[in-house]
Write a protein of this length. Structure first.
Ligand code: IPE
Ligand code: IPE
Ligand code: MG
Length: 260
């Protein structure tokens, strides 16, 4: 418990200039393809290239955690052939990229409910995670069949299985270790490409104090430069975590009463 990263609603986290943790909803693949008179799935294919470039940029900029939404728990509602293409693409990507991630000292993690994926995909996920488990240049987390509500419900369930007495009442600290991203700091910067301004059930708990950035750029067209624009926007923000602007000017990182 002592090693858990600070929670933004309990303590004020350290704010470095480059975000330590960036979370991205990679949206707009279908429209990118449609604009080019191509089938939607070509957009997903190109989306993988965009992800590769963004991972590379994050690593070189010194971002410690990159978490991307690849497939939501609601995306099963799409046409069966698109879902099946996405599953195959995910499998191929893991098979092709695991060694490359490892070579670049990148740790890969996958969050979400894996029970709906086929055995082959589940096994490949596990192998890629195992191969890269001890890497420490960047942690890349892929959210697949993930939903923010699932995450919270799953955490509550796990906590109560381990500690039935907590049904009487529990704290944020009791729950925290059971959430998907429990060993990472909360995201500093959230990016959504594709123009929609919504969270779509991504990391509901962890985004409590994250700076939100929305761009019209469609995911396959998003790259290093666009990432840098988002970071520049982030760097202009004042993160108050409940305090006033005057407090920030006067006291820098001074903690609130509860933490004093
Ligand atoms: C995001 O792009 C990728 C996934 C949800 C898998 P979309 O496929 O949602 O693209 P648009 O929003 O239809 O353009
Ligand atoms: C959100 O994109 C999920 C991913 C990018 C994986 P969607 O395109 O599915 O989101 P909504 O349904 O339009 O909000
Ligand atoms: Mg979309």
């Amino acid at each position: 418990m002592a090693n858990l990263p600070p929670s933004s609603t309990r303590t004020i986290p350290d704010i470095a200039n480059v975000p330590r943790h960036i979370a991205i909803i990679m949206d707009g693949n279908g429209r990118w393809a449609k604009h080019r008179f191509m089938p939607r799935v070509m957009g997903h294919q190109r989306g993988v290239d965009a992800l590769r470039e963004v991972v590379k940029a994050c690593r070189s900029l010194g971002v410690e955690y990159l978490t991307v939404f690849a497939f939501s728990s609601e995306n099963w509602r799409r046409p069966a052939d698109e879902v099946s293409f996405l599953m195959t693409l995910f499998l191929k990507m893991l098979e092709r990229e695991a060694a490359n991630l490892h070579k670049n000292n990148i740790r890969l993690r996958i969050i979400g409910d894996r029970s709906r994926f086929n055995d082959k995909l589940r096994q490949t996920m596990q192998e890629a995670e195992q191969l890269t488990a001890n890497n420490n240049a960047l942690t890349l987390t892929i959210a697949a069949n993930y939903g923010g509500r699932w995450d919270v419900m799953h955490a509550v369930q796990g906590m109560l299985e381990d500690h039935p007495h907590l049904a009487q009442g529990f704290t944020e600290e009791d729950l925290a270790p059971y959430l998907s991203m429990s060993d990472a700091p909360e995201p500093d910067l959230f990016i959504r490409t594709g123009g929609e301004q919504r969270i779509s059930n991504f990391m509901l708990w962890q985004l409590a104090y994250t700076e939100l950035y929305f761009t019209e750029i469609l995911w396959p067209a998003f790259g290093r430069e666009e990432l840098e624009d988002a970071i520049v926007s982030y760097q202009k923000r004042e993160r108050r975590f409940g305090r006033t602007s005057e407090q920030l000017l006067a006291g820098g990182q001074s903690q609130d009463k509860r933490d004093a």
